[in-house]
Write a protein that binds this ligand. Structure first.
Ligand code: GBH
Length: 487
């Protein structure tokens, strides 16, 4: 079991991060680019999902978004003003390969990312590139999407085009962003594109394809590109922090472990741990499947050969973290339900004392990030970790966003404690997000930006919020040279 950190912020730590610590901001293609049908781009599942209507608050779409396809020089300027060393953005697969496969390469799409990368380097900002942040080419969804293992080859083909086109200048890669979310919300619950509700099956199947795609892409980079391009490649996984609801209850401690393995462990155990899905997850899904009269488990383990191929396929872990939950045994649904939540059988609760942000799910619990970093250190042998997303939302359109200022100061301070006091191998931190953007099913109603974007203005004017100033200060000091006045 890992170190249990205090369930409170504790005394503010005045100290700085290691010298080579990386500071950045993050975005994703569909959330900011717009230009959904410009210059030969193909249609992806988020285009389809939004255009269908009925899935997104206010029926908002990413058709224009922040118009970063045209306004990227302004984004680069904002990054420069923040003083960050890195920018995490994602590539839109359909811009590069309009029908999803290597049979169609769209030079104009490649040109766009060349312009962006060159502008970043010109400003002395390093690109940190996510290959897949949820915008699957529609023709590949028409083949069945991620539950179809044929997508492994298509993903690797796409990755190869990206390494060949951009790898001379991009040295930091991520294969996937948050497979837990796009497998679960996309194929189990249907809240996200492609909107499929096939509980207890498709998300598990999708997770196998994604892990295999990741591993094969890592090997491709390692075998054919690393020597000449000299970059690194990992994956970004998301996780809440989980703790036992009652720290003295054995049942709650077990529930915490179950929460962990069904969330971060689902994807991390194969790549960063033992090479397969966590035994606990495999056992629970197999037992339920048997109870349900099925001849096979709904979650098929990887074979021994696959395990060898997958295990250790990382240079670092990207971690997206926002919030915390208290785990206790239970499942509120029906006896016969076939679904992830019934397989897991843990209730994940919140504390009424926790502050809330502008998203239903987002409770502000700064110590949770320190706890989670400690869990990762213990469970996966202290891998290099980049916090590739952390941030908070509001629905108030505030420019003087005092709550977000507090969120960043306190979460970064807990990251500092994990790094300096607990020995967690944290290499960098990225704020989500550079600009307000298309917040998936919440459309433009929830804002996560350090910069306000006026979505009623055709120019999509960007304005720095107070949080941008606070973040600039932290980046400049590489931590905290003194305790912020408001803390
Ligand atoms: C990240 O997901 C994403 O990588 C990023 O694109 C996104 O903009 C950012 O966080 C902020 O959300 O109410 O059941 O629909 C973080 C994980 C996944 C947490 C979706 C909230 C909504 C659950 N998020 N989830 S539900």
């Amino acid at each position: 079991m890992s170190v249990q950190v205090p369930r409170e912020a504790g005394e503010f730590l005045v100290d700085t991060f290691p010298k080579d610590f990386v500071w950045g901001c993050a975005t994703a293609s569909y959330q900011i680019e717009g230009a959904w049908d410009k210059d030969g781009k193909g249609v992806n599942i988020w285009d389809t999902f939004c255009h269908e209507g009925g899935h997104v608050e206010n029926n908002d779409t990413g058709d224009v978004a922040c118009d970063s396809y045209h306004k990227y020089p302004e984004d680069v300027k904002l990054l420069k003003d923040l003083g960050v060393s890195h920018y995490r953005f994602s590539i839109s697969w359909s811009r590069i390969l309009p029908n999803g496969t290597k049979s169609s390469v769209n030079q104009k799409g490649i040109d766009y990312y060349n312009r962006l990368i060159d502008a970043l380097l010109e400003a002395n900002i390093q690109p940190f590139v996510t290959l897949y942040h949820w915008d699957l080419p529609q023709p590949l969804q028409d083949l069945g999407g991620w539950p179809n293992e044929a997508l492994v080859e298509h993903f690797v083909d796409y990755a190869r085009v990206c390494f060949e086109s951009f790898g001379d200048r991009v040295k930091m890669w991520l294969t996937f962003n948050e497979p837990y979310v796009f497998c679960g919300l996309g194929y189990e619950y249907g809240f996200h594109a492609p909107g499929i509700k096939d509980t207890g099956r498709s998300a598990y199947q999708a997770s196998r394809t994604v892990i295999k795609s990741h591993a094969k892409t890592w090997h491709l980079y390692d075998d054919e590109f690393r020597a000449k391009q000299n970059g690194k490649i990992g994956i970004t996984l998301d996780s809440d922090c989980f703790v036992p609801k009652d720290p003295n209850s054995e049942a709650d401690k077990e529930a915490y472990n179950t929460s962990f393995e069904f969330k971060l462990g689902w994807f991390a155990n194969a790549i960063f741990g033992e090479g397969n899905f966590p035994k606990l997850v495999l056992d629970k899904v197999a037992a339920k499947s048997k109870e349900q009269g099925l001849s096979e488990s709904r979650l098929k383990p990887f074979t021994e050969e696959e395990v060898k191929y997958i295990k250790g396929t990382f240079d670092y872990l990207g971690l997206n973290h926002y919030t915390t939950r208290l785990s206790t045994p239970g499942y509120k649904g029906g006896e016969a339900d076939v679904c992830y939540l019934a397989d897991r059988a843990v209730e994940e609760e919140t504390d009424p004392a926790w502050e809330r942000a502008g998203s239903e799910w987002l409770y502000v619990v700064p110590w949770g990030l320190r706890q989670l970093l400690n869990d990762i250190k213990t469970r996966y042998n202290n891998p290099p970790v980049f916090v590739t997303e952390n941030g908070c939302s509001d629905r108030e359109n505030a420019i003087d966003d005092v709550k977000r200022v507090f969120y960043y100061q306190s979460y970064i301070n807990q990251t500092l404690k994990a790094t300096k006091q607990d020995g967690c191998n944290v290499k960098g931190y990225f704020a989500w997000s550079l600009v307000d953007n298309f917040e998936w099913a919440m459309g433009y109603a929830e804002r996560f930006g350090l910069h306000f974007v006026d979505f009623n203005d055709p120019e999509r004017k960007r304005t720095a919020k107070s949080s941008a100033k606070a973040y600039t200060q932290i980046v400049k000091e590489n931590g905290f040279k003194e305790k912020p006045a408001n803390m």
